[in-house]
Design a protein around this ligand. Sequence first.
Ligand code: PA5
Length: 443
Amino acid sequence: MNNIEMCFFGIDELTDYEMEQFTEEALFAQDVLLNKRGPGAEFTGWVDLPVNYDKEEFARIKKAAEKIRSDSKALVVCGIGGSYLGAAAALDFLKGGMYNLKCADGSDLQIFFAGNNMNATYIKTILDLVKDKDFSLNVISKSGTTMETSISFRIFRKALEDKYGKEEAAERIYATTDKEKGALKTLADKEGYETFVVPDDIGGRYSVLTAVGLLPIAAAGCDIDQLMEGAAAMREELTSMAEEKEDDEELIVSDVVGYAALRQQLYSWDKFIEIFESYDPDLKMFSEWLKQLFGESEGKDGYGIFPASLTFTTDLHSMGQMIQDGERNIFETIIEIKPTKDVLGIPAFEEDFDGFKYLEGKNVDWLNLQAMAGTCQAHSDGDVPQILFRVPERSEFYLGQLFYFFEYACGISAYVEGVNPFNQPGVETYKKNIKEILAKYKK
Ligand code: PA5
């Protein structure tokens, strides 16, 4: 089977000595991660998750997904941050960003993400889109007390209860939350909602391969067995290379260690913005997931590479100038998915009205690849280091590999930086402040 390949461009001045220094630090950080010796080690359950998950719950997830697919035309998922980004990334990646439009005729389940903002128009639009259809609700919150999620949940719970009555509504509500504590768990037990668990040892942004991501992904009809298998294959590759360490005095460095080392090397050169890029709009949400993963894990104690994201060629026409010619403080991490077949050819006309007649008959994806080659060259010339991941195909298996690879890379990189990758004190501060501001309205 083909693997995800990593290569880089525009990093010529890297000396062996410098690279070795960061590589050794990354290898050490990997050891710390795998042996649970670092800060936040109690939240590293995701490391073994692909081979060590609750099989009974996994079967229940598949069953619930089947039920949702059979009794609903839409699923509303209420969650924010780590409680929605993984599923949203997966659905766009696997089904295409326009999947809801494709099945608006009722041919498949539509999935809407609410609970990730407090904009009335956004929430009302989803409400209007689902209210005349059979729909179900998956509320996801580890803490059970996140305001955005709770507010949307109230709105859609009310809509469900008004439509079906309390009893049937309860059969259409699925709660993914802490296994025993919190407001949502208490309510779910009282109302008889089916519940799924966010494990104690896995934080929000590392939870896509738990019920948090798996239920919406399975409900969309995607193959979650393959997703887990992909993650397990990547885990096997990375952890077995971690055990080998040295061979004939040469360091054995997996791509994940190489990537983590390189990011920190670039950061030490004041490249403090990492732009996650792809040439495929269906990867936009995957980049959002990456931004949260790295941003919340590394942005601490006055340190951290700032994660940004762009989709090309679209954003070359807005941000291309800045990348090519602005302050030299950025590097790019590009994800390329190999196009599998010729999807769309460029049509022929008699006259050459736009000067592009010579491209007639070529595939649009081929053209996209040429644009990528030209852009990579231009950005190398503009002194922008680039790290490229080539993914052999767009499938559940490779998505599982990608999720696992970047979680693992993030854990190592944050340890090299010297911060706890698994807490989020800054997010907690905002949550606490908003509740304090609202406290005066309590009766
Ligand atoms: O990664 C994280 O921990 C956060 O982004 C949380 O996922 C987010 O704040 C939502 O929290 P909860 O699942 O408790 O509602």
